[in-house]
Write a protein that binds this ligand. Structure first.
Ligand SMILES: Cc1cc2nc3c(=O)[nH]c(=O)nc-3n(C[C@H](O)[C@H](O)[C@H](O)COP(=O)(O)OP(=O)(O)OC[C@H]3O[C@@H](n4cnc5c(N)ncnc54)[C@H](O)[C@@H]3O)c2cc1C
Ligand SMILES: NC(=O)c1ccc[n+]([C@@H]2O[C@H](COP(=O)([O-])OP(=O)(O)OC[C@H]3O[C@@H](n4cnc5c(N)ncnc54)[C@H](O)[C@@H]3O)[C@@H](O)[C@H]2O)c1
Length: 465
């Protein structure tokens, strides 16, 4: 029975654990899927590479308002797709090859399941034990409880984000089910690339978890662009002659929607069930995530967890930071690094939805601050009211900042061009404890750059004194 110093389950963020401090350990990586995990192969990176060409199409159309007209675009799907995966697939293969070539690393290309504390059985039948285990097994897309739509079935035109980006050809029509991150990004991509998209969202707005003003404006812009069915669910589905006929239940009662392709984008669940995590003694939250403490330790000594399998945030920058904490704490545990273990105490967690326009945010919404009874002041700065907003002829963009009455930055919520980059100075300020006035008046703001929206929002806060 092979015994290793360290077994890592999952080659996404888990693959970045092997820092120089862990050099020479007998390490095994177990990976059942594509090497490199979700972000590289089917997540952040390819999706953003698909978003960009769609942005170009939408921006070209929008340029009409600026007095510039382009001829209608031609989309070469195989060229778009193959450029993206022509870049990504070799990175995955190269990463796998590198690990295979390392003398002290064993790569098991199969699934692992726990059968005891730090004891695993692989789908090959082999049993593997380890002094230390890191669970970095990620999450996976869920389906609907509707017959035919319970999971991806690409041959029958049912996709999740794992499969939709590799389609042979663009379908004429696509039903996108969901109103969260994946649904909004993918609906933008496929509408932009010329597919007739209908997005079906059970709630009253898209991106319901965002600040209401942002979610409302995003929904307005999106519904003006393509067909969005709000407060609507899919209750039944049948496929006839290669076309899905979905029965929808919405505000006006029952209706039918036809599409060659259905994209299921209704959330992701942690992969602890595939791991038999409970048999490994791991305590789980009710939603299936592994319980970890501030040092990323699980309930079993010698077992750590990181990323989507344990985090309340299914975000790559969070998984990466978890991995840095675990790598340090492994090195401390092994006596290779002096000092106390590290705690996972970074500031507020930002996120962005790369739709068109983008949405980016961190911190509580106004509704959450109200519920918590936290005193706060707010400024909603229109993007269209700063100089670069005039250049953009911006009509929808807004940056909402919430701060304490004394100027500590609590939250920012933005809809607009490059929101994912524009809010970063606010993430920095909130993380490093800089006040609104320090940030607004403690530096030059390049004029007339889009970042002036941040400066103006901060100066517009009705602070005490
Ligand atoms: C479409 C999409 C777009 C996204 N875009 C963004 C974005 O723009 N920005 C952002 O921050 N986040 C984004 N995310 C989220 C981000 O991809 C994840 O948060 C991140 O990749 C999680 O990393 P991880 O290491 O926890 O898991 P993963 O990268 O998923 O790695 C887990 C690995 O474990 C393997 N595994 C699971 N169970 C077992 C087992 N029992 N045995 C062996 N191997 C196993 C899996 O095959 C997988 O390769 C996106 C996600 C999706 C789906
Ligand atoms: N840009 C990014 O950072 C990015 C991009 C994609 C995904 N992600 C991560 O991946 C996670 C998963 O993304 P997601 O979009 O799948 O999930 P999500 O939680 O963001 O959204 C799920 C959506 O599905 C809807 N839904 C759930 N069950 C439903 C049902 N039975 N019928 C109809 N609608 C239903 C919800 O109302 C919601 O609109 C995100 O939460 C995010 O953390 C991040």
């Amino acid at each position: 029975m092979p015994h290793h110093d360290l077994v890592i389950i999952g080659s996404g963020s888990g693959n970045s654990l092997l820092t120089p401090e862990l050099e020479g350990l007998d390490v095994a990586i177990v990976e059942k899927g594509v090497f490199g995990g979700t972000c590289l192969n089917v997540g952040c990176i390819p999706t953003k590479m698909f978003v960009l060409p769609a942005d170009r199409v939408v921006d070209a159309d929008d340029a009409r308002r600026l007095g510039v007209t382009f001829t209608d675009p031609t989309v070469d799907w195989p060229a778009v797709r193959d450029r993206i995966f022509g870049r990504i697939d070799p990175i995955s293969a190269g990463g796998e090859g590198y690990r295979r070539g390392q003398e002290h690393v064993t790569l098991y290309r199969t699934r692992a399941r726990f059968v005891g504390d730090r004891r695993l059985v692989l789908d090959t039948g082999e049993e593997v034990t380890a002094d230390r285990v890191v669970v970095a097994a990620g999450s996976r897309a869920v389906g609907l409880t509707v017959d035919g739509l319970t999971g991806a079935d690409p041959d029958r035109g049912v996709h999740t984000s794992d499969t939709v980006m590799r389609m042979d050809a663009l379908p004429p029509r696509m039903a996108v089910v969901g109103g969260g991150f994946v649904a909004c990004e993918m609906a933008h991509v496929f509408d932009g690339l010329g597919v007739d998209v209908v997005q079906v969202q059970r709630s009253e707005r898209l991106l319901m978890a965002e600040e209401e003003e942002v979610s409302r404006r995003f929904t307005e812009v999106t519904t003006a662009r393509y067909d969005v069915r709000l407060r609507t669910t899919v209750t039944a589905a049948e496929r006839v002659d290669g076309v899905w006929r979905l029965t929808l239940s919405g505000p006006e009662g029952e209706s039918t929607l036809e599409a060659e392709t259905v994209l299921l984008a209704v959330g992701r669940r942690p992969n602890t069930d595939l791991l038999d995590a409970v048999d490994g003694g791991l305590a789980l939250h009710v939603d299936g995530r592994v319980v970890v403490d501030a040092q990323q330790r699980t309930s079993v000594p010698g077992v750590w967890a990181l990323g989507d399998v344990s985090s309340p945030w299914q975000l790559k920058h969070v998984a990466n930071h978890d991995a840095r904490v675990v790598a340090h704490n492994l090195a401390v545990d092994l006596g290779r690094v002096d000092g106390p273990p590290r705690e996972n105490t970074l500031g507020p967690v930002p996120h962005a939805v790369f739709g068109h326009p983008q949405v980016a945010a961190f911190g509580p919404t106004a509704a959450e601050l109200d519920t918590a009874g936290t005193p706060y002041v707010t400024k909603a700065q229109e993007v269209g009211d700063v100089a670069y907003g005039w250049a953009l002829e911006d009509r929808h963009g807004v940056l909402v900042v919430h701060a304490s009455p004394r100027g500590e930055i609590l939250a920012a919520h933005m809809l607009g061009t490059q929101a994912s980059s524009v809010i970063q100075p606010l993430v920095q300020a909130a993380s490093l404890g800089q006040t609104a006035l320090e940030v607004a008046r403690g530096q030059y703001w390049i004029h007339p750059a889009l970042a002036e929206v941040v400066e103006n929002a901060l100066l517009g806060l009705p602070l005490e004194g």
